[in-house]
Design a binder for this molecule. Structure first.
Ligand SMILES: CC(C)(COP(=O)(O)OP(=O)(O)OC[C@H]1O[C@@H](n2cnc3c(N)ncnc32)[C@H](O)[C@@H]1OP(=O)(O)O)[C@@H](O)C(=O)NCCC(=O)NCCS
Length: 217
């Protein structure tokens, strides 16, 4: 039998109206298809000229307005190859504290029971998170990526679709890992670094570095 808590519906809004924001909305919808857990109120975005997709709820305001919507929880869809380094600053500037962020895990993701995931993080369909993985706040892991056992994914990082992060990898905060890339086991990617799409990372990646190709350089 459902308890009161189980049957409570949470009003949620998505920060960001670009890139993967509708993937996040669809993940919320997929969670709701079993039994309704969330009501998607809309989006917050700083841009004035966004192309509106009327299949989804409206843009409710700028990101700095979001904190004033006292009944809403939030999830994060900010982040692209252009904006990934700014994600921390944008979220801190929003004035929304971490307790008001929720994590969204698509029901078709596989997450080890020993993995930990912090608030604000989104995990999309087909992702596989291995044993003892630790995922920070405001991380986005896109479709079909694999995070190997004991890896650490730092706050604000973005793992694009189909990336394979092998075991014992450390991804520091605000890293962008490109689609279909591979990170060999035990490697470290320092903060603000970017690994290009399709790259194979065989060495550690230093702070602010951009590496592409196989082996990544
Ligand atoms: C690595 C990356 C950031 C480089 O971007 P950029 O600096 O704008 O690069 P450019 O498009 O100007 O290309 C510069 C050169 O690098 C090459 N290049 C670009 N991306 C590459 C990649 N991923 N692997 C190998 N070579 C690449 C280009 O062919 C070009 O080579 P040339 O000078 O011989 O013509 C980008 O291409 C990339 O891989 N982004 C990740 C995309 C992704 O995964 N998106 C997920 C969406 S959520």
């Amino acid at each position: 039998m459902d308890t009161f808590e189980d049957s409570k519906i949470t009003d949620v809004a998505i920060l960001g109206y670009g890139g993967n924001c509708f993937d996040v909305a669809d993940a919320i919808e997929a969670i709701n298809s079993k039994s309704q857990k969330y009501r998607l109120a809309g989006f917050f975005d700083d841009s004035d000229n966004k192309k509106i997709n009327d299949k989804y709820p409206p843009i409710l305001g700028k990101i700095n307005d979001a904190q004033h919507f006292k009944d809403l929880c939030f999830v994060n869809a900010i982040g692209s190859t252009r904006s990934f380094k700014l994600k921390e600053e944008i979220i801190k500037r929003s004035g929304i504290n971490n307790e008001r962020f929720i994590s969204i895990i698509h029901p078709r993701a596989v997450v080890s029971p020993s993995a930990t995931i912090k608030n604000g993080t989104v995990i999309l369909a087909g992702v596989n998170i291995g044993p003892s993985v630790a995922i920070g706040h405001h991380v986005m892991i896109l479709q079909n990526s694999v995070i190997g056992h004991d890896s650490i994914i730092g706050d604000y990082s973005i793992i694009a679709a189909g990336a394979v992060i092998n075991g014992n990898v450390t991804v520091k905060p605000s890293v962008f890992i490109g689609a279909k890339s591979v990170v060999l086991e035990n490697r470290t990617l320092e903060s603000n670094s970017l690994l290009g799409a399709g790259a194979v990372l065989t060495k550690d990646l230093s702070k602010d570095a951009i590496a592409k190709g196989n082996p990544a350089k």
